[in-house]
Design a protein around this ligand. Structure first.
Ligand SMILES: Cc1cc2nc3c(=O)[nH]c(=O)nc-3n(C[C@H](O)[C@H](O)[C@H](O)COP(=O)(O)OP(=O)(O)OC[C@H]3O[C@@H](n4cnc5c(N)ncnc54)[C@H](O)[C@@H]3O)c2cc1C
Length: 571
């Protein structure tokens, strides 16, 4: 059988393919020569027709079956057995070797000198891998877990077990594409079939790219609805099964998974919290793995009829059922988007209006994937840093006072001491637990970019390190879409804080210094007069920072004081 597909990655927004035996032949220089392809792509990138033909042709070649032989199933962000398209495909081979590779390159440092993938995410992934391994063993198979570069591991295994096919999910971030490219090179050397399967969105690849893309989520959503999508959406409900391991493979029961700190070099894992973090203030204790994912899915949608709660709670920060809290499992692929849709949208108890609103939100994922398909690696910053470059802040200079103030302001954002409790509380929650609500993410990102004049890419890198549910396409897509393209509206932090945390419970949970402050001062402590600061035991600049933004006009102080007196009379 011919090798049917090759995705090439370059640092310009492009996709190229190289079909052995295909009648459409692209000059091979497109694939190997970055400059060549980039200029070609730049010339044609405006042509939607070209783009669609190009992508569609690629996927039409995805086979339904592998026709026997031995296949490697390279698990990546699809750490589940149920409803897994890669698993369906490899089950058409005669023998299957499932593998997972911890690639240390995901731990390279970002501009904050932090590892790109942070401890929350890494520990969650490790738990998920462990559960997957146990589940595979329950099916008389196994999961070979290695540390290193996937291409090197795969090369060795292909030779040792006489492998014919490599199957893995298709990912879009530049790093992941680079890893794919390395595997493709190995496959080319050894003359193997490689298949990257699209399995990360709710809509199928064909449906997704058939939708018009023009920067507007509303237009995208309308076209989804007008086309009657998502259609033919079946979740594979049959009990998972897998073909036997290749002969000669010795199960790895006795080999423990790599240790996060000693073998993988994950930093900051135990400081200050042990994993799984016993942080009592965490809104939800996320445990990695498909079984935990299924438990939450069932608990939220079926037992709690959660979508009705979502409609009422409007994504309040720090509230467990104000949203599904499924994102870490969806991002690691412990759940497929189809399973979530099936359980949520199709749940009979839910009223259609509520379900439609929820579906609209869920479709943001697909929209951002489409954005990434169209805009390619422009969405992502080139995050490979020069290790000799000065540590962030990069351009700190006392001579330039404005720049200095700005950098101090950015630092205060990163450390959760902006003097704006609603922002500080979210940053502290994120740094302590790896999760904050969607509303929290919107507010802190808008504060960074609109109020502090910060670089959106720094924000994305910061999120990338801390988020337990980090999905490069969603995180970078969001920052790029709203701030890179300047489509986001400035958010009124104080108004949102007063609306969604009227009593200040959330901010006081994370910013303990403010525990005695009544509303509205708990959201605007800078409005306190000196003798009030002593009364409430919050001295600004000592117990809690002065605001990074500039002095309030007296009108606002007067407004807050009136609100405060009104509150006192009411109680
Ligand atoms: C700056 C920024 C960065 C973000 N980075 C990520 C990220 O790295 N990974 C991630 O999964 N989500 C990200 N989101 C989207 C969103 O904040 C989270 O998906 C959501 O808060 C997760 O909580 P939940 O599972 O309870 O979501 P729910 O509200 O219950 O939604 C269910 C699922 O729908 C999807 N979803 C919901 N809202 C969005 C959205 N706005 N965009 C895309 N998908 C959505 C998620 O998969 C989510 O799990 C980001 C949002 C912003 C503003």
């Amino acid at each position: 059988m011919t090798s049917f597909v090759t995705w090439k990655c370059t640092y310009s927004s492009c996709y190229s393919r190289n079909f052995k035996g295909s009648s459409i032949v692209y000059p091979s220089s497109f694939a190997v020569c970055r400059g060549g392809f980039s200029s070609f792509w730049r010339k044609h990138r405006r042509s939607r027709k070209f783009f669609k033909l190009h992508i569609e042709a690629h996927f039409q070649k995805t086979p339904e079956s592998l026709d026997g032989g031995t296949a490697i199933l390279w698990f990546r962000n699809n750490l589940r057995l149920s409803d897994n398209k890669c698993l369906d495909l490899v089950n058409t081979a005669d023998a299957v070797l499932p593998i997972y590779v911890f690639d240390k390159r995901s731990l390279v440092r970002n501009r904050f000198r932090q590892q790109r993938c942070g401890p929350f995410r890494y520990a969650f992934v490790k738990e998920s891998v462990e559960q997957l391994q146990n589940n595979l063993r329950g099916l008389f198979s196994d999961l070979l877990v290695e540390v290193g570069c996937a291409a090197t591991v795969i090369r060795e295994l292909c030779v040792r077990y006489n492998v014919n096919h490599i199957v893995a999910p298709k990912l879009l971030s530049p790093e992941e594409q680079e890893y794919e490219q390395e595997v493709l090179n190995v496959a080319k050397d050894l003359n193997l079939n490689v298949c990257f399967v699209w399995d990360c969105t709710l809509l199928s690849f064909e449906d997704l790219i058939s939708l018009e893309y023009n920067d507007s989520f509303e237009a995208f959503h309308s076209s989804v609805i007008s086309k009657g999508l998502p259609r033919h959406l079946d979740v594979d409900k049959q009990r998972p099964w897998i073909k036997p391991l290749p002969s000669g493979f010795k199960p790895s029961f006795a080999i423990p998974l790599p240790h996060l700190v000693n073998d993988l070099g994950v930093e900051n894992l135990c400081t200050p919290y042990e994993w799984p973090f016993p942080e009592p203030r965490a809104v939800f204790h996320f445990r990695g793995g498909e079984d935990s994912a299924q438990d939450r899915l069932h608990d939220f949608f079926v037992k709690k009829n959660g979508l009705q709660l979502v409609a009422k709670l409007e994504d309040y920060s720090g509230v467990m059922d104000s949203s599904t809290k499924l994102s870490p499992w969806i991002s690691t692929g412990c759940l497929s988007a189809r399973q979530v849709y099936w359980e949520g949208y199709q749940s009979e108890q839910v009223d259609t209006q509520v379900a439609n609103l929820w579906l609209k939100r869920f479709l943001w994922r697909d929209f951002l994937y489409l954005l990434c398909i169209h805009e390619g690696s422009t969405v992502f910053r080139d995050r490979t840093i020069n290790q000799d470059a000065p540590e962030f802040p990069l351009h700190q200079t006392k001579a330039n006072t404005y720049e200095f103030v700005r950098i101090e302001a950015l630092k205060s954002w990163l450390e959760g001491r902006t003097g704006y409790p609603y922002i500080d509380a979210h940053i502290k929650e994120l740094k302590t637990t790896g999760y904050i609500s969607f509303r929290g993410r919107l507010n802190v990102s808008s504060f960074l970019v609109h109020q502090l004049d910060g670089d959106w890419q720094l924000g994305a890198e910061f999120f990338e390190h801390y988020l337990i549910d980090h999905d490069p396409v969603i995180n970078w897509g969001y920052w790029y879409y709203f701030f890179g393209k300047q489509l986001a509206e400035k958010r009124d932090t104080i108004a949102e804080a007063n609306k969604y945390d009227p009593e200040g419970f959330y901010v006081k949970k994370w910013v303990n210094e403010l525990v005695l402050l009544p509303p509205p001062f708990c959201h605007e402590p800078y409005l306190l007069a000196e003798e009030e600061q002593s009364r409430f035991e919050v001295i600004l600049g000592k117990d809690y920072p002065e605001p990074v933004l500039f002095p309030m006009v007296s009108k606002e102080i007067e407004r807050a004081r009136q609100l405060f007196s009104a509150n006192l009379t009411q109680h």
